[in-house]
Ligand binder design. Structure first.
Ligand code: 13P
Ligand code: SF4
Length: 307
């Protein structure tokens, strides 16, 4: 069976849209109607007129699409495709944490469950976190969850003191500062770009820090020809199309794996076959408690208003 052709046929039959994150495998990105970062994907999900959203990404992303589209069917090719950040932030623990600091505004990274969003004041993504924090009055105390690396980065850029939840993205936090230094010595003519989920020590070495779509914009618009890429290796698929003429080197991880590049194990749970199956059976479907959904929508709408 020609999976790509069958996916195209089923997509038309079901009036479905395929949204894919940059970290999905190349074949999935190629059949998607839209490929983007977390912010772009949530904006696409908010405006689609399709009946079915097939979310080729991780659980919190598909959940966000469902929060915005209660009347649509949202399917995720593999329901187990989670995220270490979402896993690090249990909703009851978060509620208890908030109760300790009732005078703090809760800015929550979109990489969390619908239940945590429901307990938050405003959501952000890596593309707009600085803007969202800057929009909060200077006297207002802030707590930030669940990514301590992104939180520390935003705190440094905005100059705001923020209480940080202790969570990390296990992919970006695994980028190795010492190996990166060695790589830079081997390629002194390369610029280092890194995602703000990376460890502060890695970000200190980077020439540019930004979300996945910001990295693409920066690299494709730059006159520089060699870059070390500090993020999940799936981003290289898009970069190879928009920045064909540039040399792209994945940043190394702590592990001694053969290619030494970083793959998100959750993102890579989705496959083209599972995507086909999801379109065919319209399962596994994202289902949300309506009260949670309504409460989780509010902090997302606040984010959209500022984006
Ligand atoms: P962005 O999509 O905001 O760049 O974040 C990357 C990421 O790790 C998503 O899970
Ligand atoms: Fe979560 Fe990191 Fe994977 Fe993104 S790359 S889904 S933040 S574990």
């Amino acid at each position: 069976m020609d999976l790509k052709a069958e996916i195209g046929r089923l997509k038309r039959e079901r009036n479905a849209i395929i949204l894919a994150h940059y970290y999905q495998e190349g074949d999935i990105q190629d059949v998607a109607d839209y490929v983007g970062d977390s912010l772009g994907l949530s904006q696409e999900a908010a405006k689609t007129t399709a009946d079915v959203i097939v979310f080729a990404g991780v659980h919190f992303m598909a959940e966000t699409a469902k929060i915005l589209n209660p009347e649509k069917r949202v399917v995720l090719p593999d329901l187990q495709a989670g995220c270490s950040l979402a896993e690090a932030c249990d909703a009851n623990d978060f509620k208890a944490f908030r109760a300790l600091y009732p005078d703090h505004v809760a800015v929550t990274y979109v990489n969390c469950s619908a239940e945590v969003k429901a307990e938050s004041d405003i959501v952000c993504t890596s593309a707009n976190a600085v803007k969202i924090v800057n929009s909060i009055p200077k006297h207002q105390k802030i707590l930030f969850a669940p990514d301590k690396n992104l939180g520390a980065y935003v705190s440094k850029v905005t100059g705001r003191d923020m209480l940080l939840w202790d969570g990390v993205c296990k992919v970006h936090d695994n980028l190795s500062k010492s190996k990166l230094e060695v790589l830079k010595l081997m390629h002194p003519d390369a610029l280092i770009v890194a995602h703000p989920e990376s460890h502060p020590e890695v970000l200190k070495l980077s020439d540019f820090t930004g979300s996945t779509s910001e990295m693409i914009r920066y690299i494709s618009g730059s006159s520089w020809s060699k870059f070390i890429i500090g993020t999940e290796v799936g981003l290289l698929h898009q970069l190879r199309t928009v920045a064909k003429d540039k040399t792209l080197i994945p940043a190394p991880t702590h592990e001694h794996n053969s290619c030494a590049c970083s793959e998100c194990p959750y993102m890579k749970m989705n496959t083209l076959q599972k995507l086909y199956d999801a379109l065919n059976t319209l399962q596994p479907e994202i289902v949300l408690d309506e009260r949670i959904r309504e409460r989780a929508k509010l902090p997302l709408e606040r984010m959209f208003a500022l984006s």
